[in-house]
Ligand binder design. Structure first.
Ligand code: PLP
Ligand code: COI
Length: 335
Protein backbone atom coordinates (compact mmCIF):
# COMPACT_ATOMS: atom_id res chain seq x y z
CA UNK A 1 0.00 0.00 0.00
CA UNK A 2 1.29 3.47 -0.93
CA UNK A 3 0.95 5.96 1.88
CA UNK A 4 1.06 9.74 1.57
CA UNK A 5 3.06 10.30 4.78
CA UNK A 6 2.76 14.09 4.62
CA UNK A 7 -1.05 14.07 4.62
CA UNK A 8 -2.00 11.28 6.98
CA UNK A 9 -4.58 12.87 9.28
CA UNK A 10 -6.25 10.62 11.84
CA UNK A 11 -7.94 7.97 9.74
CA UNK A 12 -8.29 4.21 9.94
CA UNK A 13 -6.44 2.17 7.36
CA UNK A 14 -5.95 -1.60 7.47
CA UNK A 15 -2.37 -2.74 8.14
CA UNK A 16 -0.60 -6.14 8.18
CA UNK A 17 -2.05 -7.54 11.37
CA UNK A 18 -3.54 -7.09 14.82
CA UNK A 19 -2.92 -9.20 17.90
CA UNK A 20 -5.49 -10.95 20.04
CA UNK A 21 -5.25 -12.58 23.47
CA UNK A 22 -8.19 -14.35 25.07
CA UNK A 23 -8.97 -14.60 28.78
CA UNK A 24 -10.84 -17.65 29.97
CA UNK A 25 -10.74 -19.78 33.13
CA UNK A 26 -8.78 -17.12 34.97
CA UNK A 27 -5.91 -16.77 32.52
CA UNK A 28 -4.79 -14.95 29.39
CA UNK A 29 -3.61 -17.20 26.55
CA UNK A 30 -0.36 -16.58 24.68
CA UNK A 31 -1.90 -14.42 21.94
CA UNK A 32 -1.88 -14.62 18.17
CA UNK A 33 -1.38 -12.23 15.27
CA UNK A 34 -4.26 -12.14 12.79
CA UNK A 35 -4.01 -10.84 9.21
CA UNK A 36 -7.72 -10.14 8.71
CA UNK A 37 -8.87 -6.88 10.36
CA UNK A 38 -12.13 -8.50 11.48
CA UNK A 39 -13.34 -10.39 14.53
CA UNK A 40 -16.23 -12.81 14.92
CA UNK A 41 -18.22 -12.54 18.13
CA UNK A 42 -21.31 -14.14 19.64
CA UNK A 43 -24.50 -12.17 19.07
CA UNK A 44 -24.95 -11.97 22.86
CA UNK A 45 -21.38 -10.79 23.59
CA UNK A 46 -21.33 -8.55 26.67
CA UNK A 47 -19.56 -5.69 24.87
CA UNK A 48 -22.58 -5.12 22.62
CA UNK A 49 -25.20 -5.05 25.35
CA UNK A 50 -23.74 -4.31 28.74
CA UNK A 51 -20.80 -2.15 27.80
CA UNK A 52 -17.72 -4.10 28.80
CA UNK A 53 -15.56 -2.30 26.24
CA UNK A 54 -12.47 -0.32 27.19
CA UNK A 55 -9.53 1.07 25.25
CA UNK A 56 -6.21 2.88 25.37
CA UNK A 57 -4.28 5.07 22.96
CA UNK A 58 -0.53 5.56 22.72
CA UNK A 59 2.06 6.18 20.03
CA UNK A 60 5.30 4.78 18.62
CA UNK A 61 7.76 7.08 16.86
CA UNK A 62 10.50 6.63 14.29
CA UNK A 63 13.22 8.66 15.97
CA UNK A 64 16.01 10.79 14.60
CA UNK A 65 18.55 7.97 15.15
CA UNK A 66 16.35 5.54 13.15
CA UNK A 67 15.20 3.60 16.22
CA UNK A 68 11.56 2.99 17.02
CA UNK A 69 10.33 3.99 20.45
CA UNK A 70 7.02 3.98 22.31
CA UNK A 71 6.00 6.82 24.62
CA UNK A 72 5.26 5.77 28.24
CA UNK A 73 3.49 2.43 27.56
CA UNK A 74 3.55 1.36 31.21
CA UNK A 75 1.39 4.37 32.06
CA UNK A 76 -1.20 3.04 29.59
CA UNK A 77 -0.87 -0.45 31.07
CA UNK A 78 -1.59 0.94 34.53
CA UNK A 79 -4.52 3.00 33.26
CA UNK A 80 -6.15 0.14 31.33
CA UNK A 81 -5.93 -1.91 34.52
CA UNK A 82 -7.66 0.83 36.52
CA UNK A 83 -10.37 0.86 33.84
CA UNK A 84 -10.66 -2.93 33.73
CA UNK A 85 -10.88 -3.23 37.48
CA UNK A 86 -13.69 -0.63 37.55
CA UNK A 87 -15.84 -2.67 35.13
CA UNK A 88 -15.02 -6.04 36.77
CA UNK A 89 -12.92 -7.28 33.86
CA UNK A 90 -9.62 -9.15 34.33
CA UNK A 91 -6.47 -7.03 34.49
CA UNK A 92 -3.57 -7.45 32.08
CA UNK A 93 -0.07 -8.02 33.48
CA UNK A 94 2.10 -5.04 32.47
CA UNK A 95 4.57 -7.43 30.82
CA UNK A 96 1.79 -8.92 28.66
CA UNK A 97 0.49 -5.46 27.70
CA UNK A 98 3.99 -4.46 26.58
CA UNK A 99 4.60 -7.76 24.78
CA UNK A 100 1.33 -7.38 22.84
CA UNK A 101 2.31 -3.89 21.69
CA UNK A 102 5.84 -4.96 20.75
CA UNK A 103 4.60 -7.95 18.73
CA UNK A 104 2.11 -5.94 16.74
CA UNK A 105 4.53 -3.07 16.10
CA UNK A 106 7.25 -5.44 14.90
CA UNK A 107 4.78 -7.00 12.46
CA UNK A 108 3.80 -3.58 11.12
CA UNK A 109 7.14 -1.77 11.00
CA UNK A 110 6.62 -0.43 7.49
CA UNK A 111 3.56 1.48 8.68
CA UNK A 112 5.55 3.68 11.05
CA UNK A 113 5.84 7.09 9.37
CA UNK A 114 9.37 8.19 8.43
CA UNK A 115 11.21 10.58 10.74
CA UNK A 116 10.60 14.17 9.70
CA UNK A 117 7.04 13.73 8.44
CA UNK A 118 5.50 14.54 11.83
CA UNK A 119 3.59 11.25 11.75
CA UNK A 120 3.58 8.40 14.24
CA UNK A 121 2.10 4.96 14.73
CA UNK A 122 -1.06 5.18 16.82
CA UNK A 123 -1.50 2.10 18.98
CA UNK A 124 -4.97 1.10 20.07
CA UNK A 125 -5.10 -1.59 22.78
CA UNK A 126 -8.64 -2.58 23.77
CA UNK A 127 -10.53 -5.18 25.75
CA UNK A 128 -14.06 -6.44 25.21
CA UNK A 129 -16.28 -8.78 27.15
CA UNK A 130 -16.74 -11.44 24.47
CA UNK A 131 -18.67 -14.11 26.36
CA UNK A 132 -22.31 -14.76 25.38
CA UNK A 133 -24.90 -14.27 28.09
CA UNK A 134 -28.14 -12.42 28.45
CA UNK A 135 -28.37 -11.72 32.19
CA UNK A 136 -26.67 -8.44 33.21
CA UNK A 137 -23.28 -9.27 34.71
CA UNK A 138 -19.60 -9.40 33.85
CA UNK A 139 -18.55 -11.57 30.94
CA UNK A 140 -16.99 -15.01 31.43
CA UNK A 141 -14.67 -14.43 28.47
CA UNK A 142 -12.60 -11.44 27.29
CA UNK A 143 -10.49 -10.52 24.30
CA UNK A 144 -7.56 -8.14 24.57
CA UNK A 145 -6.55 -6.84 21.16
CA UNK A 146 -4.11 -4.29 19.81
CA UNK A 147 -4.22 -2.74 16.38
CA UNK A 148 -2.05 0.03 14.96
CA UNK A 149 -2.53 2.75 12.39
CA UNK A 150 -0.17 5.40 10.99
CA UNK A 151 -1.43 8.88 11.88
CA UNK A 152 -0.66 12.55 11.42
CA UNK A 153 -2.53 15.47 13.01
CA UNK A 154 -5.89 14.71 14.69
CA UNK A 155 -7.41 17.99 13.50
CA UNK A 156 -6.91 19.17 9.93
CA UNK A 157 -4.34 21.94 9.76
CA UNK A 158 -1.77 20.51 12.20
CA UNK A 159 -1.28 22.68 15.25
CA UNK A 160 -3.52 25.52 14.11
CA UNK A 161 -6.04 26.60 16.77
CA UNK A 162 -9.48 24.97 16.88
CA UNK A 163 -12.71 26.33 18.38
CA UNK A 164 -14.43 24.79 21.39
CA UNK A 165 -18.08 24.86 22.41
CA UNK A 166 -19.00 24.54 26.07
CA UNK A 167 -21.92 22.17 26.03
CA UNK A 168 -24.04 23.09 29.03
CA UNK A 169 -27.06 20.87 28.64
CA UNK A 170 -25.46 17.45 28.07
CA UNK A 171 -23.03 15.87 30.53
CA UNK A 172 -20.24 13.55 29.53
CA UNK A 173 -19.50 11.96 32.88
CA UNK A 174 -21.29 11.75 36.24
CA UNK A 175 -19.42 13.07 39.30
CA UNK A 176 -18.76 9.57 40.64
CA UNK A 177 -19.20 7.79 37.30
CA UNK A 178 -16.72 6.60 34.70
CA UNK A 179 -15.16 9.88 33.48
CA UNK A 180 -11.80 9.04 35.08
CA UNK A 181 -11.41 5.76 33.18
CA UNK A 182 -11.37 4.91 29.49
CA UNK A 183 -14.60 3.02 28.85
CA UNK A 184 -16.11 3.14 25.36
CA UNK A 185 -19.39 4.48 26.80
CA UNK A 186 -17.76 7.81 27.68
CA UNK A 187 -17.20 8.39 23.98
CA UNK A 188 -20.79 7.41 23.10
CA UNK A 189 -21.85 10.10 25.60
CA UNK A 190 -19.63 12.66 23.86
CA UNK A 191 -20.91 12.08 20.32
CA UNK A 192 -24.05 14.22 20.48
CA UNK A 193 -22.27 17.15 22.17
CA UNK A 194 -19.54 16.74 19.53
CA UNK A 195 -22.15 17.00 16.77
CA UNK A 196 -23.73 20.09 18.38
CA UNK A 197 -20.27 21.66 18.61
CA UNK A 198 -19.57 21.00 14.92
CA UNK A 199 -22.91 22.48 13.91
CA UNK A 200 -21.77 25.67 15.64
CA UNK A 201 -18.43 25.72 13.85
CA UNK A 202 -16.45 24.19 16.73
CA UNK A 203 -14.20 21.17 16.27
CA UNK A 204 -14.37 20.21 19.95
CA UNK A 205 -16.83 20.11 22.83
CA UNK A 206 -15.65 21.28 26.25
CA UNK A 207 -17.44 19.77 29.24
CA UNK A 208 -18.21 21.32 32.60
CA UNK A 209 -18.60 19.39 35.85
CA UNK A 210 -21.91 17.57 35.89
CA UNK A 211 -22.91 18.56 39.42
CA UNK A 212 -22.77 22.37 39.24
CA UNK A 213 -21.90 23.17 35.61
CA UNK A 214 -19.58 25.86 36.94
CA UNK A 215 -16.17 24.23 36.58
CA UNK A 216 -14.24 23.28 33.46
CA UNK A 217 -13.50 19.56 33.16
CA UNK A 218 -12.10 18.44 29.81
CA UNK A 219 -12.66 18.12 26.10
CA UNK A 220 -14.24 15.01 24.58
CA UNK A 221 -10.87 13.58 23.56
CA UNK A 222 -8.33 15.52 25.62
CA UNK A 223 -7.50 17.38 28.84
CA UNK A 224 -7.67 21.15 29.31
CA UNK A 225 -4.61 23.38 29.88
CA UNK A 226 -4.78 27.10 30.59
CA UNK A 227 -1.68 29.31 30.72
CA UNK A 228 -2.11 32.37 32.93
CA UNK A 229 -0.78 35.82 32.07
CA UNK A 230 2.05 35.28 34.51
CA UNK A 231 2.97 31.97 32.87
CA UNK A 232 1.42 29.43 35.27
CA UNK A 233 0.28 26.05 33.97
CA UNK A 234 -3.31 25.45 35.10
CA UNK A 235 -5.23 22.21 34.61
CA UNK A 236 -8.53 21.15 36.22
CA UNK A 237 -8.65 18.72 39.11
CA UNK A 238 -11.74 16.52 39.16
CA UNK A 239 -12.68 12.91 39.86
CA UNK A 240 -14.46 12.68 36.49
CA UNK A 241 -11.57 13.68 34.19
CA UNK A 242 -9.40 11.10 32.43
CA UNK A 243 -5.87 11.17 33.85
CA UNK A 244 -4.04 12.11 30.68
CA UNK A 245 -0.53 10.77 30.25
CA UNK A 246 0.26 13.69 27.94
CA UNK A 247 -0.91 16.19 30.56
CA UNK A 248 1.12 14.42 33.25
CA UNK A 249 4.20 14.58 30.99
CA UNK A 250 3.62 18.24 30.09
CA UNK A 251 3.36 19.12 33.77
CA UNK A 252 6.75 17.51 34.33
CA UNK A 253 8.22 19.40 31.37
CA UNK A 254 6.64 22.67 32.56
CA UNK A 255 8.16 22.06 35.95
CA UNK A 256 11.57 21.42 34.27
CA UNK A 257 11.11 24.83 32.63
CA UNK A 258 10.59 26.34 36.08
CA UNK A 259 6.88 27.02 35.57
CA UNK A 260 4.38 26.88 38.41
CA UNK A 261 1.80 24.10 38.00
CA UNK A 262 -1.69 24.45 39.42
CA UNK A 263 -3.93 21.37 39.31
CA UNK A 264 -7.14 22.71 40.82
CA UNK A 265 -10.79 23.47 40.07
CA UNK A 266 -11.05 25.93 37.16
CA UNK A 267 -14.21 28.06 37.24
CA UNK A 268 -15.69 28.84 33.81
CA UNK A 269 -15.43 32.59 34.59
CA UNK A 270 -11.66 32.18 34.71
CA UNK A 271 -11.53 31.20 31.02
CA UNK A 272 -11.38 34.82 29.88
CA UNK A 273 -8.28 35.47 31.94
CA UNK A 274 -6.05 32.82 30.33
CA UNK A 275 -3.34 33.99 27.96
CA UNK A 276 -3.32 30.62 26.17
CA UNK A 277 -5.62 27.61 26.20
CA UNK A 278 -4.85 24.18 24.82
CA UNK A 279 -6.19 20.66 24.54
CA UNK A 280 -3.71 17.87 25.25
CA UNK A 281 -3.72 14.14 24.67
CA UNK A 282 -2.03 11.37 22.70
CA UNK A 283 -4.07 11.96 19.56
CA UNK A 284 -4.27 15.77 19.70
CA UNK A 285 -0.74 16.25 21.23
CA UNK A 286 -1.18 19.94 22.16
CA UNK A 287 -3.87 21.62 20.08
CA UNK A 288 -4.31 25.33 20.79
CA UNK A 289 -7.83 26.61 21.33
CA UNK A 290 -8.58 29.76 19.31
CA UNK A 291 -12.06 30.51 20.66
CA UNK A 292 -14.38 29.20 23.32
CA UNK A 293 -18.12 29.63 22.77
CA UNK A 294 -20.24 29.66 25.91
CA UNK A 295 -23.93 30.59 25.67
CA UNK A 296 -23.95 33.67 23.43
CA UNK A 297 -20.47 34.72 24.53
CA UNK A 298 -17.22 34.12 22.64
CA UNK A 299 -13.84 34.14 24.34
CA UNK A 300 -11.01 34.68 21.85
CA UNK A 301 -7.38 33.70 22.21
CA UNK A 302 -4.53 34.01 19.75
CA UNK A 303 -5.13 32.49 16.31
CA UNK A 304 -1.58 31.08 16.39
CA UNK A 305 -0.23 28.70 19.01
CA UNK A 306 0.96 30.84 21.95
CA UNK A 307 4.61 30.95 23.05
CA UNK A 308 4.24 28.78 26.17
CA UNK A 309 2.20 26.01 24.54
CA UNK A 310 4.60 26.12 21.58
CA UNK A 311 7.58 25.61 23.82
CA UNK A 312 5.84 22.68 25.58
CA UNK A 313 4.79 21.20 22.22
CA UNK A 314 8.30 21.41 20.84
CA UNK A 315 9.82 19.81 23.90
CA UNK A 316 7.38 16.90 24.20
CA UNK A 317 7.49 16.08 20.48
CA UNK A 318 11.27 16.64 20.53
CA UNK A 319 11.61 13.98 23.23
CA UNK A 320 9.27 11.63 21.37
CA UNK A 321 11.30 11.88 18.14
CA UNK A 322 14.63 11.56 19.95
CA UNK A 323 15.71 15.16 19.30
CA UNK A 324 15.97 16.02 22.99
CA UNK A 325 17.50 13.87 25.66
CA UNK A 326 14.87 11.68 27.31
CA UNK A 327 15.85 12.71 30.82
CA UNK A 328 12.65 11.30 32.36
CA UNK A 329 13.17 7.88 30.69
CA UNK A 330 9.75 7.99 29.05
CA UNK A 331 10.64 6.15 25.84
CA UNK A 332 10.73 2.37 25.47
CA UNK A 333 12.75 1.07 22.55
CA UNK A 334 11.14 -1.41 20.17
CA UNK A 335 14.03 -1.86 17.73
N1 PLP B 1 -9.26 12.91 27.98
C1 PLP B 1 -9.97 12.09 27.19
C2 PLP B 1 -11.44 12.06 27.36
C3 PLP B 1 -9.31 11.28 26.25
O1 PLP B 1 -9.99 10.47 25.45
C4 PLP B 1 -7.92 11.35 26.14
C5 PLP B 1 -7.20 10.50 25.21
O2 PLP B 1 -6.77 9.44 25.54
C6 PLP B 1 -7.23 12.24 26.98
C7 PLP B 1 -7.92 13.00 27.88
C8 PLP B 1 -5.75 12.34 26.91
O3 PLP B 1 -5.13 11.26 27.52
P1 PLP B 1 -3.68 10.80 27.07
O4 PLP B 1 -2.82 11.98 27.17
O5 PLP B 1 -3.30 9.74 28.04
O6 PLP B 1 -3.82 10.30 25.68
C1 COI C 1 -6.16 9.30 22.42
O1 COI C 1 -5.70 10.42 22.41
O2 COI C 1 -5.46 8.30 22.40
C2 COI C 1 -7.59 9.07 22.49
O3 COI C 1 -7.96 8.03 22.92
C3 COI C 1 -8.48 10.13 22.02
C4 COI C 1 -9.41 9.75 20.92
C5 COI C 1 -8.80 9.39 19.64
C6 COI C 1 -10.50 8.85 21.38
Amino acid sequence: MKIDWQNLGFNYIPVNSHIRYTHQDDKWNSGQLFREPYITLPIAANCFHYGQAVFEGLKAFRCKDGKIRIFRPIENAMRINRTLSHILAPEIPESLFLEAIMRVIRDNIEYIPPYGTGGSLYIRPFVIGSGAHIGVGPSNKYDFMVFVVPVGAYYKGGIKPVNALIVEDIDRAAPKGTGHIKVAGNYAASLKPGKIAKEKGCQVALFLDSRTHQYVEEFGTSNFIGITNDGKYVTPDSRSILESITNKSLMEIASDFGMTIEKRPVHKDELESFAEVGACGTAVVITPIGRIFIGDKVISYSQEIGPVLKQLYERVTGIQYGEYEDTHKWLVEVI
